[in-house]
Design a protein around this ligand. Sequence first.
Ligand SMILES: Nc1ncnc2c1ncn2[C@@H]1O[C@H](COP(=O)(O)OP(=O)(O)O)[C@@H](O)[C@H]1O
Ligand SMILES: [Mg+2]
Length: 298
Amino acid sequence: MSETAEVLAVEEAETSAQDEASAENTADASVPEASSAENTANETLGAIAIRGVGKSFRSGKKKAEFRALDGIDLEIGANEFVTILGPSGCGKSTLLRIVAGLEEADEGEVAVDGDEVVGPGADRGMVFQGYTLFPWLTVRQNIEYGPKLNGASILGRRAISNRYLRITRLEAFANHYPKQLSGGMKQRVAIARALANGPKVLLMDEPFGALDAQTKLEMQETLLDVWEKEKTTVLFITHDIDEAIFLSQRIVVMGAGPGRILREFPVTLPAERTAEVREHPEFLKLRRELAGLLKHKE
Ligand SMILES: Nc1ncnc2c1ncn2[C@@H]1O[C@H](COP(=O)(O)OP(=O)(O)O)[C@@H](O)[C@H]1O
Ligand SMILES: [Mg+2]
């Protein structure tokens, strides 16, 4: 399934289709923003429990079994920001897809706030590396797509899009189409669109992997801003050590053959992650440790 098709599948599973009059031309100024009280009611929600998860794939002519994940145990607290770091092919995406409900585990289970994951759901928003916006919709329409399917009124979804346009700093681009945007802008829209469905958990699979270095740093700062304001739990995947340290409260390192958790590292940097944090002795120490661990496993 292509990523766009997956996003469609996720959003359709999340919502029941309801047709409504188009909201495109509603004046913005008269519509209040969705209040933060409505959108930050998740402070104690979004805990993820991954218990004994295993997954094998059969591929090739002989249908040889390939063990992609083995005995994955991971608890993520409500509102925590956890990054899974690991080399290409160690099963990071497979694990995230299982948490998203896009893939089924062979063994074990995943629960969000105690509810077992059996498929995609509105409690989990996803952002992929590939750009998965609807090209025929404007930025605002992309953000309002989920709420519209979900039956939100014109004013209700306008309030939601106003809020997420502001948080992702896209206000000036509301009426642009995806093809008019840079890669970083597109990922801002992807984040805004995921948040517009009010998820408790944000699942992010190398979302900034295709961006240039400078844009990547800007996006990391935006994401931390969003996390602070929205109080969602974030499970983030990357193979970029600096990105993992800068963003996370905790880093979980995975290795391949079979895909498994090698070690966990708490990130004891100041909560306020400014650019200076990248020069912090703790940052440099952690970078050396992580680089050493990944080098031996690649
Ligand atoms: N649908 C699939 N069929 C067969 N093998 C797969 C499938 N999905 C992933 N794999 C294999 O499982 C391993 C882990 O993949 P993936 O989770 O994408 O790793 P990562 O995201 O860490 O790069 C890889 O070796 C990959 O080739
Ligand atoms: Mg991957």
